[in-house]
Design a protein around this ligand. Structure first.
Ligand SMILES: Nc1ncnc2c1ncn2[C@@H]1O[C@H](COP(=O)(O)OP(=O)(O)O)[C@@H](O)[C@H]1O
Ligand SMILES: [Mg+2]
Length: 252
């Protein structure tokens, strides 16, 4: 059955886009037909992450009724399909975010899994992405401000009559005395933890390479962590081994 998953957070800069593209690429590597959509229209960055900053037809065109959904789908070399948003600020005020739901309906007929990478905050734009979803995943960091915003987001999702599938905690450092323990995050949010992604500079390297880490460094620890979550989402077995170097340098 086709599903639409929205990745949301409350706080900005926690790793939503990184998570969206890595889950999409991982699911694609498992043979699923996946489309990742930049539902962050105010500050879009899927295109920047995947090397398509300016495209002739984007989500903005679809929402303005100027193009069909299929015309805005681009395929990254990793096989991941993407619908970028436009960086142009001129069109923003004319866009009706509520249409994201109708776009979602069409996308469900075009892919096994659609992923909406949501905007930060709890404004109209973020809510439209939440309302479009069959399933919602909250991304957070192991810090009080991010987890507090995650809690607010989860409460809002409840008010919308939806439920949160679980939480992905990312940018988790190995030896930090200041970060929140994962168990405290789970307790505070009262939600299942779908996975934990370590802080790893190869994530930033993949950003420079305009590709998903799951594709550039498939055996790195964060890539394996994303693949594990992706496998869980589609009830698949996953037991790939970490790379020799990750083992050698204690990164696993
Ligand atoms: N696990 C990680 N380790 C290191 N850097 C990360 C990790 N996850 C995300 N980042 C970096 O954090 C920044 C914000 O991530 P991004 O996915 O754009 O967040 P958001 O979409 O929530 O604003 C980016 O520079 C990204 O490369
Ligand atoms: Mg983002």
């Amino acid at each position: 059955m086709s599903r639409l998953i929205t990745i949301t957070s409350g706080k900005g800069g926690v790793g939503k886009t990184t998570t969206s593209i890595n889950l999409a690429t991982a699911l694609n590597s498992f043979g699923k037909d996946v489309i990742v959509v930049d539902a962050n229209l105010t500050t879009p960055n899927i295109g920047l992450h995947l090397g398509a900053p300016i495209v002739p037809i984007s989500l903005n065109h679809i929402l303005l009724g100027k193009a069909k959904v299929a015309e805005a789908i681009y395929e990254h070399e990793s096989g991941t399909k993407v619908i970028p948003s436009s960086l142009s600020i001129n069109e923003l005020r004319r866009i009706n975010h509520k249409k994201l739901k109708d776009v979602g309906k069409k996308l469900r007929r075009m892919a096994d899994i659609t992923i909406y990478d949501s905007a930060a905050g709890l404004g109209e734009e973020a809510i439209a992405a939440m309302e479009s979803a069959d399933e919602l995943i909250i991304v957070t960091n192991p810090e009080i401000p991010a987890v507090t915003d995650a809690l607010k987001t989860s409460k809002l999702i409840e008010q919308l009559g939806k439920s949160v599938k679980g939480v992905i905690v990312t940018r988790v450092k190995k030896n930090s005395k200041t970060q929140m323990p994962i168990s405290n995050i789970a307790e505070m949010l009262e939600l299942p933890i779908l996975g934990v992604i370590p802080e790893d500079e190869r994530i930033q390297q993949s950003l420079v390479m305009k590709d998903a880490l799951v594709h550039t460094h498939p055996k790195s620890k964060p890539a394996l962590a994303y693949k594990k979550i992706a496998a869980k989402l589609v009830n698949m077995e996953f037991n790939e081994k970490p790379s020799f170097f990750d083992k050698l340098f204690g990164r696993y």
